[in-house]
Design a binder for this molecule. Sequence first.
Ligand SMILES: Cc1ncc(COP(=O)(O)O)c(C=O)c1O
Length: 373
Amino acid sequence: MKVSFYGHVRQYRNIKAEIDAKIEEVLESGEYVTGPMLKRFEGELAAYSGMKHAIGVNSGTDALWLVFLALGIGAGDECITTTNTFFATAEAIWFTNATAVFVDSDPRPNCIDPSKIEAAITPRTKAIVPVHLYGQCADMKAVRKIADRHNLRVVEDNAQAIGAHGDGFKIGELSDAVCASFIIQKNLGTFGDGGAVITNNDEINRIVRKLRNHGSEKRSCHSMGYNSRLDDLHAGILSAKLKHIDEWNDLRRKRAARYTAGLAGATSITLPYEVPGCRHVYHLYVTETKKAEHRDPLLKLLNDRGIDAKCHYPIAIHQQEGYPWGKQARIAGPIPNSERNAACCISLPMYPELTDEEVDYVVAEVLEWDKEP
Ligand SMILES: Cc1ncc(COP(=O)(O)O)c(C=O)c1O
């Protein structure tokens, strides 16, 4: 059997009529850039998020970068985050010429460990950038308390957890802005690149809107800005998909529960941990081998058996070749959990359209390996 890592085409086929109708609507409208479909999707996304503003931009990376700029973050400033995230979290900090300061992640949900943040704060610290890794919220209540004590900004990297919530908090409720990515592989993904800034802050909304549009709020009037708009075609696709996100996240949770039940007896891997009270939306189902030396052989075995397992992220940011490329970076304290996560992670196929048979096949292969790892 072959089990692919993504189900993009299955998903498209399931809601083809809805997506095709949106594409046609945009094509027939004659307005493709900052047109009515973008406006509509921004309204729908803000409403879905329970927030005042959503601004469509061309990627999750730009969402982070433009928010940092809107907050006035630049050279000499420091932003605290983690190294076991997708590269773009730090890249966006470096785009502003600020310093990326890395603290360790929590050993279980693998998000930023709030107990490590305060020791990393200096007079130059401007922001904390927690990542809701794999589809589960970082401990925003703890992050917020620290930010309040030190008068810091909080920017949520929510490239991976649309529709998740924390234990007693919603994404966006405890931060200055939320940055989403709509690249196809995300749990809300378009057929290409896209992103959004979601915020209750009127000033961030105003500045990001201006920055994404060549520094322009009024036709022919400009200050320095960029071209970072979410195209109306993507907005239309996302508008169709947003209606399904809760149902798709439920299906992801169901697939995850089937993996977890099936793999419960495995002794050589650790299964994803769900923080009590949180809604984990399983953008990824990430296991860890208990021994780092087991990771690559297990990955190869699964790939050889037709299972497209992957790693997120096998090379932590500070382990990348050439790091930090002349940019400003600091690792605050030892980061054994982030390094373990990078060394041991294996993501099993995860998408709403995965069948029970496919999940069971993956489980059977992992259990077979687990007998004699
Ligand atoms: C945690 C995280 N942050 C930022 C990004 C950047 O998003 P994009 O690829 O849309 O620029 C991604 C995904 O690609 C991500 O997973």
